[in-house]
Design a protein around this ligand. Structure first.
Ligand SMILES: C[S@@+](CC[C@H](N)C(=O)[O-])C[C@H]1O[C@@H](n2cnc3c(N)ncnc32)[C@H](O)[C@@H]1O
Length: 251
Protein backbone atom coordinates (compact mmCIF):
# COMPACT_ATOMS: atom_id res chain seq x y z
CA UNK A 1 0.00 0.00 0.00
CA UNK A 2 1.25 3.47 -0.87
CA UNK A 3 2.47 5.53 2.07
CA UNK A 4 -0.07 8.29 1.33
CA UNK A 5 -2.88 5.72 1.39
CA UNK A 6 -1.65 4.33 4.71
CA UNK A 7 -1.55 7.78 6.27
CA UNK A 8 -5.04 8.49 4.97
CA UNK A 9 -6.35 5.27 6.51
CA UNK A 10 -4.78 6.05 9.88
CA UNK A 11 -6.28 9.55 9.86
CA UNK A 12 -9.66 8.16 8.84
CA UNK A 13 -9.53 5.67 11.73
CA UNK A 14 -8.68 8.43 14.18
CA UNK A 15 -11.53 10.65 13.01
CA UNK A 16 -13.99 7.71 13.12
CA UNK A 17 -13.14 7.09 16.75
CA UNK A 18 -12.10 10.40 18.23
CA UNK A 19 -13.56 13.05 15.91
CA UNK A 20 -16.37 15.40 16.88
CA UNK A 21 -19.81 14.06 16.03
CA UNK A 22 -20.29 16.44 13.09
CA UNK A 23 -16.99 15.37 11.49
CA UNK A 24 -17.73 11.67 11.96
CA UNK A 25 -21.16 12.19 10.46
CA UNK A 26 -19.68 14.04 7.47
CA UNK A 27 -17.10 11.30 6.89
CA UNK A 28 -19.58 8.42 7.09
CA UNK A 29 -22.13 10.29 4.95
CA UNK A 30 -19.47 10.80 2.27
CA UNK A 31 -18.54 7.11 2.32
CA UNK A 32 -22.15 5.90 2.17
CA UNK A 33 -22.95 8.36 -0.63
CA UNK A 34 -19.91 7.19 -2.60
CA UNK A 35 -21.06 3.56 -2.37
CA UNK A 36 -18.10 2.40 -0.29
CA UNK A 37 -20.42 0.44 2.04
CA UNK A 38 -22.85 -0.94 -0.55
CA UNK A 39 -21.65 -4.44 0.27
CA UNK A 40 -23.50 -4.13 3.60
CA UNK A 41 -26.82 -4.29 1.75
CA UNK A 42 -26.75 -8.04 2.15
CA UNK A 43 -25.46 -9.93 5.18
CA UNK A 44 -22.45 -12.16 4.63
CA UNK A 45 -21.59 -15.54 6.15
CA UNK A 46 -21.16 -14.64 9.79
CA UNK A 47 -24.62 -13.30 10.42
CA UNK A 48 -25.88 -12.36 13.88
CA UNK A 49 -29.51 -13.01 12.97
CA UNK A 50 -29.72 -16.38 14.71
CA UNK A 51 -28.50 -14.92 18.00
CA UNK A 52 -30.57 -11.74 17.79
CA UNK A 53 -33.73 -13.74 17.11
CA UNK A 54 -32.94 -16.18 19.92
CA UNK A 55 -32.52 -13.48 22.58
CA UNK A 56 -35.11 -11.00 21.28
CA UNK A 57 -37.81 -13.60 21.97
CA UNK A 58 -40.41 -11.57 20.15
CA UNK A 59 -39.37 -8.45 22.11
CA UNK A 60 -37.33 -5.39 21.24
CA UNK A 61 -33.97 -4.75 19.57
CA UNK A 62 -31.70 -1.71 19.64
CA UNK A 63 -29.19 -1.85 16.75
CA UNK A 64 -26.34 0.59 17.42
CA UNK A 65 -24.54 1.43 14.18
CA UNK A 66 -27.29 -0.09 12.05
CA UNK A 67 -25.88 1.16 8.73
CA UNK A 68 -28.32 0.68 5.82
CA UNK A 69 -30.63 -1.42 8.02
CA UNK A 70 -29.85 -4.83 6.55
CA UNK A 71 -30.28 -6.66 9.86
CA UNK A 72 -33.60 -4.92 10.42
CA UNK A 73 -35.09 -6.18 7.17
CA UNK A 74 -33.44 -9.61 7.10
CA UNK A 75 -34.48 -10.67 10.61
CA UNK A 76 -37.42 -13.00 10.82
CA UNK A 77 -40.41 -10.68 11.07
CA UNK A 78 -41.97 -12.85 13.76
CA UNK A 79 -38.88 -12.77 15.95
CA UNK A 80 -39.33 -9.24 17.29
CA UNK A 81 -42.00 -6.71 18.03
CA UNK A 82 -40.03 -3.51 17.99
CA UNK A 83 -36.71 -2.48 16.44
CA UNK A 84 -34.73 0.77 16.71
CA UNK A 85 -31.77 1.36 14.42
CA UNK A 86 -29.30 4.11 15.27
CA UNK A 87 -26.51 5.36 13.04
CA UNK A 88 -24.30 8.40 12.84
CA UNK A 89 -24.82 8.66 9.09
CA UNK A 90 -28.10 10.15 7.98
CA UNK A 91 -27.43 8.81 4.49
CA UNK A 92 -27.38 5.29 5.97
CA UNK A 93 -30.44 6.00 8.14
CA UNK A 94 -32.38 7.34 5.18
CA UNK A 95 -31.52 4.24 3.18
CA UNK A 96 -32.53 1.99 6.09
CA UNK A 97 -35.89 3.77 6.38
CA UNK A 98 -36.57 3.41 2.70
CA UNK A 99 -35.68 -0.30 2.75
CA UNK A 100 -37.94 -0.86 5.76
CA UNK A 101 -40.75 0.84 3.89
CA UNK A 102 -40.19 -1.34 0.83
CA UNK A 103 -40.12 -4.40 3.09
CA UNK A 104 -43.38 -3.37 4.77
CA UNK A 105 -41.79 -3.07 8.21
CA UNK A 106 -42.50 0.51 9.17
CA UNK A 107 -44.95 -0.59 11.86
CA UNK A 108 -42.18 -2.39 13.74
CA UNK A 109 -38.99 -0.57 12.73
CA UNK A 110 -37.78 2.94 13.52
CA UNK A 111 -34.46 4.61 12.69
CA UNK A 112 -32.64 7.49 14.22
CA UNK A 113 -29.54 9.50 13.32
CA UNK A 114 -27.30 9.78 16.37
CA UNK A 115 -23.86 9.05 17.76
CA UNK A 116 -23.70 5.80 19.75
CA UNK A 117 -21.74 7.68 22.40
CA UNK A 118 -24.49 10.19 23.11
CA UNK A 119 -27.71 8.47 22.05
CA UNK A 120 -30.27 8.15 24.84
CA UNK A 121 -32.83 5.37 24.28
CA UNK A 122 -36.45 6.12 25.00
CA UNK A 123 -37.18 2.63 26.34
CA UNK A 124 -35.59 -0.65 27.38
CA UNK A 125 -34.62 -3.41 24.97
CA UNK A 126 -34.23 -7.19 25.06
CA UNK A 127 -31.22 -7.03 22.74
CA UNK A 128 -28.70 -4.25 22.28
CA UNK A 129 -26.70 -5.06 19.17
CA UNK A 130 -23.33 -3.79 17.93
CA UNK A 131 -22.92 -5.20 14.42
CA UNK A 132 -19.35 -4.32 13.43
CA UNK A 133 -19.77 -0.91 15.01
CA UNK A 134 -18.09 -1.17 18.42
CA UNK A 135 -14.65 -0.55 16.83
CA UNK A 136 -15.62 3.06 16.25
CA UNK A 137 -15.83 3.78 19.97
CA UNK A 138 -12.56 4.88 21.59
CA UNK A 139 -11.18 1.86 23.54
CA UNK A 140 -11.14 3.76 26.84
CA UNK A 141 -14.82 4.59 26.51
CA UNK A 142 -16.13 1.11 25.64
CA UNK A 143 -16.70 -0.16 29.21
CA UNK A 144 -18.41 3.06 30.32
CA UNK A 145 -20.56 3.11 27.20
CA UNK A 146 -21.68 -0.50 27.79
CA UNK A 147 -22.41 0.35 31.42
CA UNK A 148 -24.57 3.25 30.29
CA UNK A 149 -26.54 1.09 27.86
CA UNK A 150 -26.96 -1.60 30.55
CA UNK A 151 -29.60 0.67 32.08
CA UNK A 152 -31.63 0.25 28.87
CA UNK A 153 -31.62 -3.55 28.92
CA UNK A 154 -34.73 -5.35 30.14
CA UNK A 155 -34.21 -7.63 33.13
CA UNK A 156 -33.53 -10.55 30.75
CA UNK A 157 -31.77 -8.37 28.19
CA UNK A 158 -28.40 -9.02 26.56
CA UNK A 159 -25.75 -7.29 24.49
CA UNK A 160 -24.70 -8.96 21.25
CA UNK A 161 -21.58 -7.84 19.41
CA UNK A 162 -20.22 -9.01 16.10
CA UNK A 163 -16.60 -8.17 15.32
CA UNK A 164 -13.75 -9.12 13.05
CA UNK A 165 -10.11 -9.71 13.86
CA UNK A 166 -10.59 -10.32 17.58
CA UNK A 167 -7.49 -12.48 17.79
CA UNK A 168 -5.46 -9.67 16.27
CA UNK A 169 -5.64 -5.95 16.69
CA UNK A 170 -9.17 -6.05 18.13
CA UNK A 171 -8.42 -8.48 20.92
CA UNK A 172 -8.71 -5.55 23.35
CA UNK A 173 -12.48 -5.38 22.78
CA UNK A 174 -12.96 -8.98 23.89
CA UNK A 175 -10.73 -8.33 26.89
CA UNK A 176 -12.88 -5.39 27.93
CA UNK A 177 -16.09 -7.38 27.54
CA UNK A 178 -14.76 -10.46 29.33
CA UNK A 179 -13.37 -8.41 32.19
CA UNK A 180 -16.48 -6.34 32.85
CA UNK A 181 -19.40 -8.54 31.79
CA UNK A 182 -20.81 -12.04 32.05
CA UNK A 183 -20.33 -13.83 28.75
CA UNK A 184 -23.21 -16.14 27.81
CA UNK A 185 -21.98 -17.28 24.42
CA UNK A 186 -18.92 -16.70 22.30
CA UNK A 187 -18.48 -18.00 18.76
CA UNK A 188 -15.17 -17.69 17.03
CA UNK A 189 -14.74 -18.38 13.33
CA UNK A 190 -11.05 -18.93 12.97
CA UNK A 191 -10.72 -18.62 9.21
CA UNK A 192 -12.67 -15.41 8.86
CA UNK A 193 -11.59 -13.99 12.23
CA UNK A 194 -15.22 -13.19 13.02
CA UNK A 195 -16.55 -13.33 16.54
CA UNK A 196 -20.09 -13.13 17.86
CA UNK A 197 -20.38 -12.62 21.59
CA UNK A 198 -23.47 -12.49 23.80
CA UNK A 199 -23.02 -10.89 27.20
CA UNK A 200 -24.80 -9.11 29.99
CA UNK A 201 -24.04 -7.09 33.09
CA UNK A 202 -22.45 -9.14 35.87
CA UNK A 203 -24.87 -10.36 38.50
CA UNK A 204 -27.90 -10.60 36.26
CA UNK A 205 -29.79 -13.76 35.63
CA UNK A 206 -31.38 -14.57 32.30
CA UNK A 207 -33.87 -17.07 30.99
CA UNK A 208 -33.36 -18.06 27.38
CA UNK A 209 -35.70 -20.36 25.51
CA UNK A 210 -37.02 -21.70 28.83
CA UNK A 211 -33.55 -22.64 30.00
CA UNK A 212 -32.09 -20.90 32.96
CA UNK A 213 -28.63 -19.56 32.25
CA UNK A 214 -26.79 -19.07 35.51
CA UNK A 215 -24.30 -16.41 36.30
CA UNK A 216 -20.65 -17.09 35.53
CA UNK A 217 -18.31 -16.56 38.45
CA UNK A 218 -15.09 -17.33 36.61
CA UNK A 219 -12.52 -14.62 36.17
CA UNK A 220 -11.78 -13.44 32.64
CA UNK A 221 -8.50 -15.43 32.66
CA UNK A 222 -10.28 -18.59 33.76
CA UNK A 223 -12.93 -18.00 31.13
CA UNK A 224 -10.30 -17.54 28.41
CA UNK A 225 -8.52 -20.77 29.27
CA UNK A 226 -11.82 -22.62 29.55
CA UNK A 227 -12.71 -21.35 26.10
CA UNK A 228 -9.35 -22.43 24.65
CA UNK A 229 -9.94 -25.93 25.98
CA UNK A 230 -13.33 -26.07 24.31
CA UNK A 231 -12.25 -24.85 20.89
CA UNK A 232 -11.69 -27.54 18.28
CA UNK A 233 -8.38 -27.19 16.42
CA UNK A 234 -10.04 -26.06 13.21
CA UNK A 235 -13.37 -24.54 12.27
CA UNK A 236 -14.54 -24.61 8.66
CA UNK A 237 -15.41 -21.31 6.99
CA UNK A 238 -19.06 -20.46 7.43
CA UNK A 239 -19.59 -23.39 9.77
CA UNK A 240 -22.06 -22.36 12.46
CA UNK A 241 -20.21 -24.10 15.24
CA UNK A 242 -21.27 -22.89 18.61
CA UNK A 243 -18.86 -22.83 21.47
CA UNK A 244 -21.01 -22.23 24.45
CA UNK A 245 -18.96 -20.07 26.70
CA UNK A 246 -20.95 -20.99 29.76
CA UNK A 247 -18.67 -22.87 32.12
CA UNK A 248 -20.79 -21.53 34.86
CA UNK A 249 -21.25 -22.43 38.45
CA UNK A 250 -24.80 -22.31 39.72
CA UNK A 251 -25.71 -19.41 41.98
C1 LIG B 1 -19.27 -1.54 9.32
S1 LIG B 1 -20.77 -0.65 9.40
C2 LIG B 1 -21.88 -1.90 10.02
C3 LIG B 1 -23.32 -1.57 9.71
C4 LIG B 1 -24.35 -2.62 10.18
N1 LIG B 1 -24.31 -2.81 11.60
C5 LIG B 1 -24.16 -3.93 9.47
O1 LIG B 1 -23.74 -4.89 10.11
O2 LIG B 1 -24.46 -3.98 8.28
C6 LIG B 1 -20.52 0.38 10.80
C7 LIG B 1 -21.66 1.36 11.01
O3 LIG B 1 -21.44 2.04 12.23
C8 LIG B 1 -21.82 3.38 12.06
N2 LIG B 1 -21.11 4.19 13.07
C9 LIG B 1 -19.78 4.38 13.18
N3 LIG B 1 -19.51 5.17 14.23
C10 LIG B 1 -20.71 5.46 14.80
C11 LIG B 1 -21.09 6.23 15.93
N4 LIG B 1 -20.18 6.87 16.69
N5 LIG B 1 -22.41 6.32 16.23
C12 LIG B 1 -23.35 5.69 15.47
N6 LIG B 1 -23.04 4.95 14.39
C13 LIG B 1 -21.73 4.82 14.06
C14 LIG B 1 -21.42 3.72 10.63
O4 LIG B 1 -22.09 4.82 10.10
C15 LIG B 1 -21.76 2.41 9.93
O5 LIG B 1 -23.05 2.43 9.42
Amino acid sequence: MMLAQKIQNVLRGLVQRYGPESTKRYLWNGEFSAGRWNFLDKTGDESVHFHVEKYARNGSILDLGCGPGTTSIELNREAYRFYTGVDISDVAVQKARQRAQEAGRTDHNEYCQSDILTYVPARQYDVVLYGDSIYYVPPRRIAAMLDRYSAYLTSDGVFIARMFDVSGKRRYILDIIETHFTVLEKHLHKETGACIIVFRPVGWRVTVANKSVEQTFLSSTERSSALREQLPPRTAVGQRSRFIMRVATTV
